[in-house]
Design a binder for this molecule. Structure first.
Ligand SMILES: Nc1nc2c(ncn2[C@@H]2O[C@H](COP(=O)(O)OP(=O)(O)OP(=O)(O)O)[C@@H](O)[C@H]2O)c(=O)[nH]1
Ligand SMILES: [Mg+2]
Length: 435
Protein backbone atom coordinates (compact mmCIF):
# COMPACT_ATOMS: atom_id res chain seq x y z
CA UNK A 1 0.00 0.00 0.00
CA UNK A 2 1.47 3.38 -0.87
CA UNK A 3 1.56 6.34 1.45
CA UNK A 4 -1.40 8.18 -0.07
CA UNK A 5 -3.57 5.11 -0.17
CA UNK A 6 -2.77 4.34 3.48
CA UNK A 7 -3.50 7.90 4.61
CA UNK A 8 -6.76 8.03 2.68
CA UNK A 9 -7.86 4.74 4.21
CA UNK A 10 -7.10 6.02 7.71
CA UNK A 11 -9.07 9.20 7.01
CA UNK A 12 -11.99 7.25 5.59
CA UNK A 13 -12.10 5.18 8.75
CA UNK A 14 -12.08 8.30 10.91
CA UNK A 15 -14.89 9.81 8.85
CA UNK A 16 -16.87 6.63 9.33
CA UNK A 17 -16.48 6.54 13.11
CA UNK A 18 -19.68 7.33 15.04
CA UNK A 19 -17.94 9.43 17.68
CA UNK A 20 -14.50 10.96 17.98
CA UNK A 21 -13.17 10.01 21.39
CA UNK A 22 -9.85 8.99 22.93
CA UNK A 23 -10.13 5.51 21.50
CA UNK A 24 -10.80 6.61 17.90
CA UNK A 25 -7.96 9.13 17.98
CA UNK A 26 -5.54 6.58 19.41
CA UNK A 27 -6.54 4.10 16.72
CA UNK A 28 -6.26 6.76 14.03
CA UNK A 29 -2.79 7.64 15.27
CA UNK A 30 -1.72 4.01 15.35
CA UNK A 31 -2.80 3.65 11.74
CA UNK A 32 -0.92 6.82 10.78
CA UNK A 33 2.21 5.52 12.47
CA UNK A 34 1.98 2.24 10.62
CA UNK A 35 1.47 3.91 7.24
CA UNK A 36 4.14 6.59 7.67
CA UNK A 37 6.76 4.24 9.07
CA UNK A 38 6.17 1.70 6.33
CA UNK A 39 6.78 4.53 3.82
CA UNK A 40 10.13 4.97 5.52
CA UNK A 41 9.41 8.23 7.32
CA UNK A 42 11.74 8.41 10.28
CA UNK A 43 10.19 7.10 13.50
CA UNK A 44 10.88 10.14 15.69
CA UNK A 45 9.21 12.42 13.11
CA UNK A 46 6.19 10.15 12.99
CA UNK A 47 5.85 10.05 16.76
CA UNK A 48 6.11 13.83 16.98
CA UNK A 49 3.33 14.16 14.40
CA UNK A 50 0.92 11.79 16.11
CA UNK A 51 1.65 13.31 19.51
CA UNK A 52 0.72 16.71 18.15
CA UNK A 53 -2.59 15.35 16.92
CA UNK A 54 -3.30 13.65 20.21
CA UNK A 55 -2.43 16.73 22.25
CA UNK A 56 -4.44 19.10 20.13
CA UNK A 57 -7.53 16.97 19.91
CA UNK A 58 -7.73 15.35 23.31
CA UNK A 59 -6.38 18.04 25.55
CA UNK A 60 -7.75 21.18 23.99
CA UNK A 61 -11.14 22.71 23.46
CA UNK A 62 -11.96 22.31 19.83
CA UNK A 63 -12.62 25.51 17.90
CA UNK A 64 -16.28 26.29 17.34
CA UNK A 65 -17.90 25.76 13.98
CA UNK A 66 -15.77 22.87 12.88
CA UNK A 67 -16.55 19.22 13.39
CA UNK A 68 -14.00 17.17 15.33
CA UNK A 69 -13.43 15.02 12.25
CA UNK A 70 -12.66 17.97 10.02
CA UNK A 71 -10.47 19.42 12.73
CA UNK A 72 -8.37 16.25 12.93
CA UNK A 73 -8.02 16.00 9.16
CA UNK A 74 -7.08 19.65 8.92
CA UNK A 75 -4.50 19.13 11.62
CA UNK A 76 -3.10 16.08 9.87
CA UNK A 77 -2.82 18.06 6.64
CA UNK A 78 -0.91 20.85 8.38
CA UNK A 79 1.36 18.45 10.21
CA UNK A 80 2.18 16.55 7.05
CA UNK A 81 2.87 19.77 5.14
CA UNK A 82 5.28 20.77 7.92
CA UNK A 83 6.92 17.35 7.78
CA UNK A 84 7.38 17.41 4.01
CA UNK A 85 8.98 20.85 3.78
CA UNK A 86 8.17 24.08 1.97
CA UNK A 87 7.88 25.08 -1.64
CA UNK A 88 10.24 26.22 -4.34
CA UNK A 89 9.90 29.01 -6.83
CA UNK A 90 13.00 29.54 -8.90
CA UNK A 91 14.13 32.92 -10.11
CA UNK A 92 13.76 33.44 -13.84
CA UNK A 93 17.17 35.12 -14.03
CA UNK A 94 20.10 33.78 -16.06
CA UNK A 95 21.87 31.09 -14.09
CA UNK A 96 24.29 28.21 -14.10
CA UNK A 97 23.21 24.98 -12.47
CA UNK A 98 25.43 22.04 -11.55
CA UNK A 99 23.71 18.68 -11.04
CA UNK A 100 25.48 16.09 -8.94
CA UNK A 101 24.75 12.87 -7.12
CA UNK A 102 25.44 9.17 -6.93
CA UNK A 103 25.08 6.60 -9.75
CA UNK A 104 21.74 6.32 -11.44
CA UNK A 105 20.01 8.90 -9.27
CA UNK A 106 18.60 10.58 -12.37
CA UNK A 107 21.08 13.42 -12.96
CA UNK A 108 21.25 13.25 -16.74
CA UNK A 109 17.49 12.88 -17.24
CA UNK A 110 16.82 15.67 -14.74
CA UNK A 111 19.35 17.95 -16.43
CA UNK A 112 17.36 17.68 -19.65
CA UNK A 113 14.03 18.10 -17.84
CA UNK A 114 15.22 21.31 -16.16
CA UNK A 115 16.70 22.69 -19.36
CA UNK A 116 13.32 22.13 -21.02
CA UNK A 117 11.54 23.65 -18.03
CA UNK A 118 13.41 26.94 -18.37
CA UNK A 119 13.44 26.93 -22.17
CA UNK A 120 9.64 26.48 -22.20
CA UNK A 121 9.43 29.58 -20.01
CA UNK A 122 11.40 31.71 -22.41
CA UNK A 123 14.97 31.34 -21.10
CA UNK A 124 17.27 29.89 -23.78
CA UNK A 125 18.93 26.88 -22.20
CA UNK A 126 21.92 24.63 -22.78
CA UNK A 127 23.33 21.38 -21.42
CA UNK A 128 27.00 20.56 -20.87
CA UNK A 129 28.24 17.00 -20.54
CA UNK A 130 30.86 16.85 -17.78
CA UNK A 131 30.35 13.15 -17.13
CA UNK A 132 33.74 11.96 -18.30
CA UNK A 133 33.48 8.58 -16.57
CA UNK A 134 30.53 6.68 -17.93
CA UNK A 135 30.67 5.39 -21.52
CA UNK A 136 27.94 6.89 -23.72
CA UNK A 137 27.17 9.64 -21.20
CA UNK A 138 27.88 12.08 -24.04
CA UNK A 139 25.42 10.42 -26.44
CA UNK A 140 22.73 10.13 -23.76
CA UNK A 141 22.78 13.84 -22.96
CA UNK A 142 23.08 14.79 -26.63
CA UNK A 143 19.94 12.78 -27.45
CA UNK A 144 18.02 14.22 -24.51
CA UNK A 145 19.07 17.75 -25.47
CA UNK A 146 17.63 17.19 -28.93
CA UNK A 147 14.35 15.95 -27.44
CA UNK A 148 14.21 18.94 -25.11
CA UNK A 149 15.02 21.25 -28.00
CA UNK A 150 17.95 22.86 -26.16
CA UNK A 151 21.60 23.39 -27.09
CA UNK A 152 24.13 20.70 -26.22
CA UNK A 153 27.84 21.03 -25.57
CA UNK A 154 30.40 18.28 -24.95
CA UNK A 155 33.80 17.09 -26.14
CA UNK A 156 33.70 13.41 -26.95
CA UNK A 157 36.44 11.40 -25.23
CA UNK A 158 37.80 14.43 -23.35
CA UNK A 159 38.62 13.65 -19.71
CA UNK A 160 39.66 17.15 -18.68
CA UNK A 161 36.51 18.84 -17.35
CA UNK A 162 38.39 22.13 -17.11
CA UNK A 163 38.88 22.17 -20.87
CA UNK A 164 35.25 21.15 -21.54
CA UNK A 165 34.00 24.00 -19.39
CA UNK A 166 36.35 26.60 -20.88
CA UNK A 167 35.22 25.74 -24.39
CA UNK A 168 31.59 25.53 -23.30
CA UNK A 169 31.88 29.04 -21.95
CA UNK A 170 32.74 30.34 -25.40
CA UNK A 171 30.32 28.13 -27.32
CA UNK A 172 27.32 28.85 -25.09
CA UNK A 173 27.66 32.63 -24.82
CA UNK A 174 24.28 34.27 -24.59
CA UNK A 175 22.47 31.23 -23.20
CA UNK A 176 20.39 32.20 -20.20
CA UNK A 177 20.36 28.91 -18.34
CA UNK A 178 23.34 26.58 -18.55
CA UNK A 179 23.17 23.20 -16.86
CA UNK A 180 26.14 20.96 -16.23
CA UNK A 181 25.69 17.19 -15.86
CA UNK A 182 28.41 15.47 -13.83
CA UNK A 183 29.61 11.88 -13.29
CA UNK A 184 28.02 9.60 -10.74
CA UNK A 185 29.85 7.57 -8.11
CA UNK A 186 28.80 4.75 -5.83
CA UNK A 187 29.12 7.13 -2.92
CA UNK A 188 30.53 10.44 -1.86
CA UNK A 189 34.26 9.67 -1.94
CA UNK A 190 37.39 11.79 -2.10
CA UNK A 191 37.56 11.41 -5.86
CA UNK A 192 34.04 12.70 -6.39
CA UNK A 193 34.56 15.60 -4.01
CA UNK A 194 37.75 16.71 -5.74
CA UNK A 195 36.13 16.39 -9.18
CA UNK A 196 33.13 18.43 -8.06
CA UNK A 197 35.46 21.05 -6.65
CA UNK A 198 37.31 21.30 -9.96
CA UNK A 199 34.01 21.64 -11.84
CA UNK A 200 32.75 24.25 -9.40
CA UNK A 201 35.92 26.28 -9.80
CA UNK A 202 35.69 26.54 -13.58
CA UNK A 203 31.91 26.44 -13.96
CA UNK A 204 31.11 28.79 -11.07
CA UNK A 205 27.59 27.47 -10.59
CA UNK A 206 24.91 29.71 -9.08
CA UNK A 207 23.12 26.58 -7.93
CA UNK A 208 24.48 23.19 -6.93
CA UNK A 209 21.65 20.70 -6.92
CA UNK A 210 21.96 17.23 -5.44
CA UNK A 211 19.86 14.66 -7.30
CA UNK A 212 18.42 11.92 -5.10
CA UNK A 213 16.38 8.85 -6.04
CA UNK A 214 13.21 8.69 -3.89
CA UNK A 215 13.82 4.99 -3.43
CA UNK A 216 16.52 5.57 -0.83
CA UNK A 217 13.86 6.84 1.60
CA UNK A 218 15.15 8.29 4.86
CA UNK A 219 18.79 7.66 3.88
CA UNK A 220 18.26 10.84 1.84
CA UNK A 221 18.88 12.85 5.02
CA UNK A 222 22.37 11.42 5.45
CA UNK A 223 23.19 11.92 1.80
CA UNK A 224 21.95 15.51 1.73
CA UNK A 225 23.95 16.35 4.85
CA UNK A 226 27.14 14.73 3.57
CA UNK A 227 27.05 16.48 0.23
CA UNK A 228 26.15 19.75 1.89
CA UNK A 229 29.09 19.48 4.27
CA UNK A 230 31.51 18.52 1.53
CA UNK A 231 30.61 21.01 -1.18
CA UNK A 232 27.72 23.16 0.09
CA UNK A 233 24.63 22.43 -2.00
CA UNK A 234 21.74 24.80 -2.70
CA UNK A 235 19.00 22.22 -2.87
CA UNK A 236 17.89 18.71 -3.59
CA UNK A 237 15.94 17.30 -6.51
CA UNK A 238 14.05 14.13 -5.64
CA UNK A 239 13.47 11.85 -8.65
CA UNK A 240 11.42 8.72 -9.33
CA UNK A 241 8.64 9.71 -6.99
CA UNK A 242 6.30 7.99 -9.43
CA UNK A 243 7.67 4.55 -8.80
CA UNK A 244 8.64 4.66 -5.16
CA UNK A 245 6.76 3.81 -2.01
CA UNK A 246 9.43 5.61 -0.04
CA UNK A 247 8.98 9.08 -1.52
CA UNK A 248 7.38 10.40 1.66
CA UNK A 249 10.37 9.11 3.59
CA UNK A 250 12.82 10.78 1.25
CA UNK A 251 11.03 14.15 1.24
CA UNK A 252 10.56 14.30 5.00
CA UNK A 253 14.19 13.25 5.53
CA UNK A 254 15.57 15.95 3.26
CA UNK A 255 13.38 18.51 4.98
CA UNK A 256 14.56 17.32 8.39
CA UNK A 257 18.14 17.74 7.20
CA UNK A 258 17.36 21.41 6.60
CA UNK A 259 18.01 21.27 2.88
CA UNK A 260 15.48 22.66 0.41
CA UNK A 261 13.67 20.40 -1.98
CA UNK A 262 13.49 22.22 -5.30
CA UNK A 263 12.14 20.06 -8.13
CA UNK A 264 10.61 16.61 -8.07
CA UNK A 265 10.74 14.10 -10.91
CA UNK A 266 7.77 11.82 -11.42
CA UNK A 267 8.33 9.95 -14.66
CA UNK A 268 10.80 9.19 -17.40
CA UNK A 269 9.47 11.70 -19.90
CA UNK A 270 10.99 15.13 -20.12
CA UNK A 271 7.85 16.89 -18.92
CA UNK A 272 7.64 14.71 -15.81
CA UNK A 273 9.06 17.39 -13.53
CA UNK A 274 7.42 19.79 -11.11
CA UNK A 275 8.40 22.56 -8.77
CA UNK A 276 8.19 21.15 -5.30
CA UNK A 277 5.31 22.31 -3.17
CA UNK A 278 4.64 20.35 0.01
CA UNK A 279 1.05 21.64 0.13
CA UNK A 280 0.32 20.24 -3.31
CA UNK A 281 2.16 17.04 -2.55
CA UNK A 282 0.24 16.41 0.67
CA UNK A 283 -3.03 17.54 -0.91
CA UNK A 284 -2.64 14.88 -3.56
CA UNK A 285 -1.73 12.25 -0.99
CA UNK A 286 -4.91 13.02 0.91
CA UNK A 287 -7.01 13.06 -2.26
CA UNK A 288 -7.65 16.79 -2.56
CA UNK A 289 -8.05 18.07 -6.12
CA UNK A 290 -5.23 20.18 -7.53
CA UNK A 291 -6.93 21.95 -10.41
CA UNK A 292 -4.20 24.52 -10.81
CA UNK A 293 -1.60 21.90 -11.73
CA UNK A 294 -4.09 20.09 -13.88
CA UNK A 295 -4.88 23.17 -15.93
CA UNK A 296 -1.19 23.92 -16.31
CA UNK A 297 -0.60 20.38 -17.59
CA UNK A 298 -3.51 20.67 -20.00
CA UNK A 299 -2.21 23.93 -21.44
CA UNK A 300 1.29 22.56 -21.78
CA UNK A 301 0.04 19.35 -23.40
CA UNK A 302 -2.03 21.34 -25.86
CA UNK A 303 0.96 23.38 -26.94
CA UNK A 304 3.16 20.27 -27.18
CA UNK A 305 0.69 18.28 -29.23
CA UNK A 306 0.76 20.88 -31.99
CA UNK A 307 -3.01 21.31 -31.77
CA UNK A 308 -3.86 24.87 -32.70
CA UNK A 309 -6.23 27.27 -30.92
CA UNK A 310 -8.59 27.00 -33.91
CA UNK A 311 -8.63 23.23 -33.55
CA UNK A 312 -9.56 23.63 -29.93
CA UNK A 313 -12.47 25.91 -30.59
CA UNK A 314 -13.54 23.54 -33.36
CA UNK A 315 -13.64 20.83 -30.74
CA UNK A 316 -17.11 21.98 -29.87
CA UNK A 317 -18.08 19.81 -32.76
CA UNK A 318 -16.97 16.25 -32.21
CA UNK A 319 -15.58 14.52 -35.28
CA UNK A 320 -12.93 11.85 -35.52
CA UNK A 321 -10.55 14.62 -36.41
CA UNK A 322 -11.15 16.59 -33.22
CA UNK A 323 -11.26 13.38 -31.21
CA UNK A 324 -7.84 12.48 -32.62
CA UNK A 325 -6.48 15.87 -31.53
CA UNK A 326 -7.90 15.30 -28.04
CA UNK A 327 -6.30 11.87 -27.79
CA UNK A 328 -2.99 13.33 -28.87
CA UNK A 329 -3.24 16.04 -26.24
CA UNK A 330 -4.16 13.53 -23.57
CA UNK A 331 -1.21 11.31 -24.28
CA UNK A 332 1.00 14.37 -23.90
CA UNK A 333 -0.37 14.97 -20.43
CA UNK A 334 1.47 11.95 -19.08
CA UNK A 335 0.22 8.89 -17.22
CA UNK A 336 -3.51 8.89 -16.55
CA UNK A 337 -2.80 7.96 -12.94
CA UNK A 338 -1.08 11.32 -12.41
CA UNK A 339 -3.98 13.17 -14.03
CA UNK A 340 -6.53 11.42 -11.86
CA UNK A 341 -4.41 12.19 -8.82
CA UNK A 342 -4.62 15.90 -9.65
CA UNK A 343 -8.39 15.55 -9.81
CA UNK A 344 -8.35 14.09 -6.32
CA UNK A 345 -9.25 10.64 -7.64
CA UNK A 346 -6.30 8.67 -6.45
CA UNK A 347 -7.79 5.27 -5.87
CA UNK A 348 -9.23 4.46 -9.30
CA UNK A 349 -8.81 0.71 -9.86
CA UNK A 350 -5.45 0.09 -11.51
CA UNK A 351 -6.76 -2.31 -14.14
CA UNK A 352 -9.43 0.16 -15.26
CA UNK A 353 -6.86 2.94 -15.58
CA UNK A 354 -4.54 0.69 -17.55
CA UNK A 355 -7.33 -0.54 -19.79
CA UNK A 356 -8.40 3.01 -20.55
CA UNK A 357 -4.85 3.93 -21.45
CA UNK A 358 -4.58 0.95 -23.77
CA UNK A 359 -7.89 1.85 -25.36
CA UNK A 360 -6.74 5.42 -25.97
CA UNK A 361 -3.61 4.17 -27.68
CA UNK A 362 -5.59 1.78 -29.83
CA UNK A 363 -8.10 4.45 -30.81
CA UNK A 364 -5.30 6.73 -31.88
CA UNK A 365 -3.92 4.07 -34.21
CA UNK A 366 -7.37 3.28 -35.63
CA UNK A 367 -8.20 6.92 -36.37
CA UNK A 368 -4.72 7.21 -37.88
CA UNK A 369 -5.86 4.69 -40.51
CA UNK A 370 -8.99 6.62 -41.52
CA UNK A 371 -9.04 8.80 -44.59
CA UNK A 372 -9.43 12.56 -44.24
CA UNK A 373 -13.06 12.38 -45.38
CA UNK A 374 -13.86 9.64 -42.90
CA UNK A 375 -12.40 11.64 -40.07
CA UNK A 376 -14.54 14.62 -40.98
CA UNK A 377 -17.70 12.64 -41.61
CA UNK A 378 -18.00 9.53 -39.46
CA UNK A 379 -21.21 8.46 -41.17
CA UNK A 380 -19.11 7.27 -44.14
CA UNK A 381 -18.02 4.35 -42.00
CA UNK A 382 -21.44 2.82 -42.45
CA UNK A 383 -20.51 1.98 -46.05
CA UNK A 384 -19.47 -1.61 -46.45
CA UNK A 385 -15.79 -2.47 -46.52
CA UNK A 386 -14.58 0.65 -44.74
CA UNK A 387 -14.44 -0.82 -41.22
CA UNK A 388 -12.60 -3.85 -42.55
CA UNK A 389 -10.08 -1.68 -44.40
CA UNK A 390 -9.42 0.48 -41.32
CA UNK A 391 -8.96 -2.58 -39.09
CA UNK A 392 -6.43 -4.05 -41.51
CA UNK A 393 -4.62 -0.76 -41.96
CA UNK A 394 -4.28 -0.22 -38.21
CA UNK A 395 -3.43 -3.80 -37.32
CA UNK A 396 -6.55 -4.12 -35.17
CA UNK A 397 -9.76 -6.12 -35.53
CA UNK A 398 -13.15 -5.09 -36.90
CA UNK A 399 -14.45 -5.54 -33.38
CA UNK A 400 -11.96 -2.92 -32.14
CA UNK A 401 -13.07 -0.46 -34.81
CA UNK A 402 -16.74 -1.02 -33.97
CA UNK A 403 -15.97 -0.50 -30.30
CA UNK A 404 -14.41 2.85 -31.14
CA UNK A 405 -17.49 3.77 -33.21
CA UNK A 406 -19.79 2.87 -30.32
CA UNK A 407 -17.74 4.86 -27.79
CA UNK A 408 -17.51 7.76 -30.19
CA UNK A 409 -21.26 7.86 -30.71
CA UNK A 410 -21.84 7.79 -26.97
CA UNK A 411 -19.45 10.71 -26.53
CA UNK A 412 -21.13 12.61 -29.32
CA UNK A 413 -24.51 12.23 -27.66
CA UNK A 414 -23.08 13.44 -24.39
CA UNK A 415 -21.39 16.41 -26.05
CA UNK A 416 -24.65 17.41 -27.72
CA UNK A 417 -26.36 17.30 -24.37
CA UNK A 418 -23.68 19.47 -22.76
CA UNK A 419 -23.77 21.92 -25.65
CA UNK A 420 -27.38 22.57 -24.89
CA UNK A 421 -26.76 22.87 -21.18
CA UNK A 422 -25.93 26.50 -20.46
CA UNK A 423 -25.34 25.94 -16.79
CA UNK A 424 -22.74 23.28 -17.49
CA UNK A 425 -20.97 25.56 -19.95
CA UNK A 426 -20.86 28.35 -17.43
CA UNK A 427 -19.29 26.07 -14.82
CA UNK A 428 -16.81 24.67 -17.30
CA UNK A 429 -15.68 28.08 -18.43
CA UNK A 430 -14.40 28.75 -14.93
CA UNK A 431 -11.84 26.00 -15.29
CA UNK A 432 -10.98 26.02 -18.95
CA UNK A 433 -10.09 29.21 -20.69
CA UNK A 434 -11.55 29.04 -24.16
CA UNK A 435 -14.07 26.31 -23.35
N1 LIG B 1 10.28 6.52 -13.36
C1 LIG B 1 11.23 7.45 -13.36
N2 LIG B 1 12.40 7.17 -13.92
C2 LIG B 1 13.37 8.11 -13.90
C3 LIG B 1 13.14 9.40 -13.34
N3 LIG B 1 14.28 10.12 -13.48
C4 LIG B 1 15.16 9.31 -14.10
N4 LIG B 1 14.62 8.10 -14.37
C5 LIG B 1 15.26 6.92 -15.00
O1 LIG B 1 16.34 6.48 -14.20
C6 LIG B 1 17.38 5.96 -14.99
C7 LIG B 1 18.71 6.61 -14.65
O2 LIG B 1 18.63 7.97 -15.00
P1 LIG B 1 19.89 8.86 -15.42
O3 LIG B 1 19.37 10.22 -15.68
O4 LIG B 1 20.69 8.22 -16.49
O5 LIG B 1 20.71 8.82 -14.06
P2 LIG B 1 22.17 9.41 -13.78
O6 LIG B 1 22.16 9.89 -12.37
O7 LIG B 1 22.56 10.37 -14.82
O8 LIG B 1 23.04 8.07 -13.89
P3 LIG B 1 24.67 7.99 -13.99
O9 LIG B 1 25.10 8.99 -15.00
O10 LIG B 1 24.91 6.57 -14.41
O11 LIG B 1 25.18 8.23 -12.62
C8 LIG B 1 16.95 6.18 -16.43
O12 LIG B 1 16.42 4.98 -16.93
C9 LIG B 1 15.87 7.23 -16.34
O13 LIG B 1 14.91 7.13 -17.37
C10 LIG B 1 11.85 9.67 -12.75
O14 LIG B 1 11.56 10.74 -12.21
N5 LIG B 1 10.94 8.66 -12.80
MG1 LIG C 1 24.24 10.50 -16.01
Amino acid sequence: MDLGEGLRKAIAKLRGATIIDTKTIKEFNKELQKVLISSDVEVSLVLALTKKIEDSVLHKDLPHGISPRDYVIDLLYEQLVGLMGGSYSPSMQPKRILLLGIYGSGKTTTAAKIAKYYQDRGLSSALICCDTARPAAYEQLETLAKQANVTFFGIKGEKDVGRILREADVALKGKKVVICDSSGRSGLDEELISELKIISKSFKPDEKMLVINADIGQVAAKQAREFDNAIKINGVIVTKLDGSGRGGGALSAVNAANVNITFIGNGERLNAIELYDSKKFVGRLLGMPDLESLIERVNQAVSESGVSKEDISAMNELTFETFYAQLKTMSNMGPMKNMLGMLGVSDAPKDIVEKSEEKMKKYKVIIGSMTKQERKDGSLLKESGRVNRIAKGSGTSEKDVRELLADFNKMKKMMDKFQNDRDFKRRLSKFMPGA
